[in-house]
Design a protein around this ligand. Structure first.
Ligand SMILES: [Zn+2]
Length: 74
């Protein structure tokens, strides 16, 4: 399956091919292509905002669920 090029969420420029990763999903060789913004500064900001979002999500999950789900007993 090919990944379609998408436009940058920040500046709307068409993304360019970035890092290509090859990994094995079971016995199938899969190639994952990351598309990045051609503007290096913009791409860094996009990555930073994604990281911040992930962090917020994590802290939210911690707040909402202070106990690990495994602690639930049936
Ligand atoms: Zn951009």
């Amino acid at each position: 399956m090919e990944f379609k090029t998408s436009s940058c969420i920040r500046c709307g420029k068409e993304r360019i091919k970035g890092i290509e990763k090859t990994f094995f999903a079971g016995s199938t060789k899969t190639k994952l292509t990351m598309y990045i913004c051609p503007d290096k500064v913009c791409q860094e900001k996009v990555e930073a905002s994604i990281a911040a979002k992930e962090e917020r999500k994590l802290s939210f999950a911690k707040k909402r669920n202070p106990h690990p789900p495994k602690a639930k007993s049936k």
